[in-house]
Ligand binder design. Structure first.
Ligand SMILES: [Zn+2]
Length: 221
């Protein structure tokens, strides 16, 4: 019997105003859109697996994030104590997804090896277009535990539990990963930044921060 899970999308900040062209690459320059920040929880079979970590109160304060709620508090709304979470999948190491790793003191983090190597070892990650997303706080935290069991490096597609599989989905980041989850309605994909709006998927059109457009299109497939 294949295991089934439920997925919760949990908003932790927003709405934030953006140019439409930020969400739909090179389109909608004259539009302003609202967007929100989310983390996700995969619940079932005695597991509470969190996908992405959100942002700590410290950084939210610096960024003056509209509508911010501490991700740990958001989880408490579905009766999850962040200190008891033991598995966190980090889709990629942009600050809005990884800054909150220190909120999960007892978690093991599942991160693509190549994504981690780029953001912690490659000097190009410090150049201006990348530095905007570079997060020294969370990368420093991850480096401090990188030789412990609290980091599991994933290479490519990898099932971490029956019915939950990390899928390498590059394009937006060097080694972004999505998560395929078995649910009662079939396989659901948590795409993270593979698409910021449903329009990205519906119109086969990525958003603005592109590492590799060809790989992005293949990630959609
Ligand atoms: Zn991103």
């Amino acid at each position: 019997m294949v295991k089934e899970y439920k997925i919760y999308a949990l908003k932790y900040a927003g709405p934030l105003k953006s140019l439409g062209a930020f969400i739909m690459w090179n389109m909608d320059w004259d539009k302003v859109v609202d967007r929100n920040y989310y983390i996700w929880c995969i619940k079932g079979n005695g597991e509470n697996i969190i996908v992405d970590t959100g942002i700590t109160p410290k950084l939210a304060n610096q960024l003056k994030l509209t509508g911010y709620v501490n991700p740990a508090e958001v989880l408490s709304r579905i009766n999850i104590n962040a200190n008891e979470v033991n598995k966190v999948i980090v889709s990629h190491l942009h600050f809005d997804h990884s800054n909150g790793v220190s909120l999960f003191l007892n978690a093991t983090f599942y991160i693509q090896q190549e994504e981690y190597r780029f953001w912690t070892r490659d000097p190009i990650a410090t150049r201006p277009p990348f530095a905007f997303y570079l997060d020294n706080d969370s990368n420093g935290y991850l480096k401090s535990i990188e030789k412990t069991r609290r980091i599991q490096f994933v290479e490519g597609d990898h099932e971490i539990l029956p019915g939950i599989e990390c899928l390498l989905a590059p394009g937006h980041s060097i080694a972004n990963q999505a998560v395929a989850v078995n649910t009662e309605k079939g396989t659901a994909i948590i795409g993270s930044d593979c698409g910021h709006f449903f329009r990205n998927y519906q119109e086969d059109w990525p958003s603005i921060f592109i590492i590799d457009l060809v790989k992005w299109m293949k990630s959609y497939d």
